[in-house]
Design a protein. Structure first.
Length: 287
């Protein structure tokens, strides 16, 4: 019968021709085949040219929310921090005993008898003070220093510290001066302008973590959506108020990025402390 393979040798010849045709097709279509991805396979992503090096990190992970932040107190050793990036001076250092010390602390305030005049108080100048660890009540390392006229508490963030708001300013009667340490203590704008993308990356990471944590909290408690929305709104208002006076904030956004980090760490800690989400039964009830 025409076209039939009637011998082993003829069959081998046919198979060779088929093999050559398939090989030619593979060679001519090599560009398309090179991009073929098998299901479940994932290639390594190319490294970004401006990807930051990995610093020491502190991480909080929970059932669905996670956040990583370079909040290492040791990284602040010897750095000069200024309130709003412009006023006062706060310098931290590691003491001989391995504990964190406040070696310099000054505030710029106003004269009590004449609020139109400015005054400066050197609170810590000669003898360093201990910064006592207070754990991580809100997700970040917290420290406190006992200063009779002006107790200081602060949370460590990347490249700075956040001092909580105070009801009353610190008053120094002998100097006729009052001032407040509340706000973000961080670097001056000149130190940030060398790598402005780093600030944007930190803000983006914190934003993603906040959204992930909020979704996780809402999944765990459907009735919490309204309260979480109000909480976020209150936080945003407070953040904008605190960061309003930070130096060059409209351009660099450093203060907002650090407060977003603080918020992300708080939410991640809340999820972690709540433990794993309860598992829902996969069984369907019979009708």
């Amino acid at each position: 019968m025409a076209g039939a393979v009637d011998s082993p040798r003829a069959g081998a010849a046919v198979m060779n021709r088929i093999f050559l045709v398939l090989a030619a097709a593979a060679l001519t279509g090599g560009g398309a085949l090179a991009q073929l991805a098998l299901p479940g396979a994932q290639g390594a992503a190319p490294a970004s040219a401006d990807a930051p090096s990995k610093p020491r990190h502190r991480a909080h992970r929970g059932g669905g929310g996670s956040f990583t932040l370079a909040a290492d107190p040791a990284a602040l050793d010897g750095k000069t921090l200024r309130l709003n990036g412009r006023n006062g001076e706060l310098r931290l250092a590691k003491g001989a005993d391995g504990k964190l010390k406040i070696v310099k602390f000054s505030l710029l305030g106003e004269v009590v008898s004449n609020p139109l005049q400015r005054c400066k108080i050197d609170i810590v100048a000669d003898n360093p003070l201990d910064a006592t660890p207070q754990g991580e009540p809100d997700g970040l390392p917290r420290f406190a220093a006992t200063i009779p006229a002006c107790p200081l508490t602060f949370d460590v963030v990347a490249d700075g510290v956040v001092a909580p708001s105070q009801a009353n300013a610190c008053a120094f009667a002998a100097a006729d001066c009052q001032a407040s340490p509340s706000g973000l203590w961080g670097p001056e704008p000149a130190a940030l302008e060398a790598d402005p993308k780093a600030v944007a990356r930190a803000r983006a990471a914190a934003d993603r973590s906040i959204q992930d944590s909020l979704r996780t909290l809402e999944r765990r408690d459907k009735d919490a959506a309204a309260s979480l929305t109000r909480e976020q709104s209150d936080f945003a208002a407070e953040r904008d108020d605190v960061c309003h006076d930070y130096a060059n904030e409209p351009k660099l956004g450093f203060c907002a990025s650090r407060l977003q980090q603080s918020r992300a760490a708080l939410l991640a800690k809340r999820i972690a402390e709540a433990g794993p989400a309860p598992r829902t039964s996969g069984k369907k009830r019979k009708k």
